[in-house]
Design a binder for this molecule. Sequence first.
Ligand code: GLU
Ligand code: ZN
Length: 289
Amino acid sequence: MSSRRVERFAPSPTGPLHLGHAFSALTAARGADRFLLRMEDIDTARSRPDWEAAIEQDLHWLDLDWERPVLRQSERLPLYRDAVARLTAAGLTYACTCTRGDIRAALSAPQEGAPVTGPDGLVYPGTCRRAGHPEEANAIRLDMAAAIAALGGDEAVRRLTFTELDEGPEGQTGCIPLDPDALRTGVGDIVLARRDIGTSYHVAVVVDDAAQAITHVTRGRDLFEATPIHRILQALLDLPTPLYRHHRLIRDADGKRLAKRDDARALSLLRAQGWTPADIRRAIGLSDS
Ligand code: GLU
Ligand code: ZN
């Protein structure tokens, strides 16, 4: 049983599927014993039921099928809240009252040096680490240094690894250890829960990959930098770690990366222009012929 491969496709229903999504979904489904679909719709301001329906239609058109029920993250917020509460009870979080403007201003102070950009954007300067006011919090953040200490310190964190079955942006592959210095300075005190949505992508994804017993995560290489965050959250929350495959990014004919908002290459549009599923497979290099 343990060798059964459980894969998922986890789109955010905030827009149409593109060729890159088709590559993720088809690659994940191809070798899977069980293939699951998860709607990552925690951003309720941007997620829409009609995008969900359109996504399912595109996937069916590609001849994919998946187990029911489809897991919908917007229905699971209490579970994500519990996970953050566990980290808070362990003393590993703090309330952040900063606005985006506050963070930019703090980072532009001369003593701060050059701002560092991490997987979630600008690395938070830690302003609220000691002075948070939970009642006014805009976000709950992970105290990364405290988290590393709680896991047993730098040496212990270096022994935490994840397996990359494809490769990262710099050719990283195989068994990849976490880097405590990179986590502290290049990732920093990430947001675990935004006030408006009560959680974050990172918390929801590790809770759900565990809940769905996912053995293999297939997703684009643009998410490779998020995986050390997921790995440390799995360690802190005692969750299993799947294997990861971060695939090459699919570019359009001009070699441009397909942006999420670039609807010109939406699968539905290609379909309307007469493309067949076989044409899609050929365009992304997945055809057997
Ligand atoms: N929901 C994410 C996206 O559509 C994918 C998350 C994942 O595969 O881990 O970009
Ligand atoms: Zn703050």
